[in-house]
Design a protein around this ligand. Structure first.
Ligand SMILES: Nc1ncnc2c1ncn2[C@@H]1O[C@H](COP(=O)(O)OP(=O)(O)O)[C@@H](O)[C@H]1O
Ligand SMILES: [Mg+2]
Length: 283
């Protein structure tokens, strides 16, 4: 079983005005089979945490460690991190004109396994992944991210999870918000993916997503540190009270009024997240 361990992580980001300290000692341990959610006010460093683990060149780890099964992740090149079993979904995925989803996935699989999947078995794997995730097979022929809706970007992300079989997945949800289709894809996809070999770190702004994905642990990140961890009840408390009271309990003085620290709810999915037509062919 895989374990991701983050110890006392300090990260600064290169800005026009020089380096800016963002993470100030993050501690986090995620074991295979667990789902952890990170919530936190805008600008608290959630995406910085994801980028740092991904090895984004702008984010400099100034101290602390990140290990996957005891191996030093920070010492690995970006592609080595992927081969070691880390999956990092990008908050703002780029378009890849002329490259279909099917080709992209096969290339990624080849890069991660060190050999190309056999063409015959690969087609079947791709098909059954799409069936499992209730996706229209035509989606595999679309160009990567070209004109993708929010939900389609998420579909592509969840397909990568299903086919690349990482040990540890870090999913950073957009600040601007997932529409209902995207939220449903993430909720259903993550739930379909849960297994003892996969650890998930879900970075989200929406408490509501956690009505459909039940995290084992919820963490609140504020001012570059995890200031509180708890169970699902912590997410419910955040929904009710916003971040203000929890930040004050942690000894932080928020510089904005509590109303600005409320947790956006996001769209309602209805009775269960699985409702709705399989989509994915919309232009
Ligand atoms: N590439 C960057 N250039 C300049 N500032 C950045 C950059 N990335 C992050 N920051 C700053 O770091 C802080 C944390 O940002 P971020 O990690 O994106 O927060 P969150 O995802 O929690 O909203 C913010 O003040 C943001 O402006
Ligand atoms: Mg962010």
């Amino acid at each position: 079983m895989a374990t991701l361990e983050i110890r006392d992580l300090h990260v600064s980001v290169d800005t026009e005005n020089g380096p800016k300290q963002i993470l100030r000692g993050v501690d986090l341990t995620i074991a295979g089979g667990q789902t952890h959610a990170i919530m936190g006010p805008n600008g608290s460093g959630k995406s910085t945490l994801a980028y740092s683990i991904a090895g984004h060149p702008k984010y400099n780890v100034t101290s602390g460690t990140v290990t996957l099964d005891g191996e030093d992740v920070l010492d690995m090149a970006v592609d080595e991190r992927a081969r070691a079993g880390l999956f990092l979904a990008m908050q703002y995925p780029v378009e890849v004109p002329g490259v279909s989803v099917a080709n992209f996935l096969r290339t990624a699989k080849t890069a991660i396994d060190g050999e190309a999947p056999k063409l015959r078995t690969w087609a079947g794997e791709l098909r059954s992944a799409m069936e499992k995730l209730q996706m229209d097979p035509a989606f595999a022929q679309r160009n990567v991210n070209e004109g993708f809706s929010g939900g389609e970007k998420k579909r592509h992300e969840i397909m990568q999870l299903e086919l690349l079989k990482p040990k540890m997945a870090i999913l950073d949800e957009t600040d601007s918000g997932l529409d209902i289709d995207a939220l449903r894809v993430v909720a259903d996809g993550v739930n379909a993916m849960l297994n003892p070999d996969l650890g998930i770190l879900l970075i989200t702004h929406y408490q509501r997503l956690l009505n459909y994905i039940t995290p084992d642990v919820v963490h609140v990140l504020a001012q570059g540190r995890i200031v509180k961890s708890g169970g699902k009840d912590l997410a419910l408390r955040l929904e009710e009270q916003g971040y203000g009271p929890i930040l004050r309990e942690a000894g932080l003085a928020p510089d904005v009024p509590d109303e600005a620290l409320l947790v956006p709810q996001g769209p309602e999915l209805g009775d269960h997240a699985g409702a709705g037509e399989p989509a994915g062919t919309r232009a």
